[in-house]
Design a protein. Sequence first.
Length: 94
Amino acid sequence: MLLFLYLFLVGNHTSTDELMEFLLSSFPKLRSAGGFELLRISGMTRSRQLLLIPCPNKGYDIKFLKDPRTQIGNAIIFIRPLQRNLNLDPVSIH
C-alpha cells in the first residue's frame, strides 16, 4: 500500500521527531507497519517509476526533504510500509 504526503502540509514540522509524530498521527496504522520508507516519482509520463529517497542517519526531516539535492521539488512523496500489509479500512482520527 502506498500513501502520499505533500511537503507543504508538514512544512512547519522541522525536526525528525516532529515529522515522525506528524506521520504517525496522520497515518496511525504506520505504528504497526514495522517501519516505512519514502519514495518519489521519477521519469516521464509513460515510464514513471517510484524511487527510494535514501534516509539520512538522523532520519527524515523537512529540511532534508526540501533540499534540492534530493530532487523532490514539487513531487508527491509516497510512504511504503516495510514489514506488514496494512488493513485498508478507514480509521477515524480524533
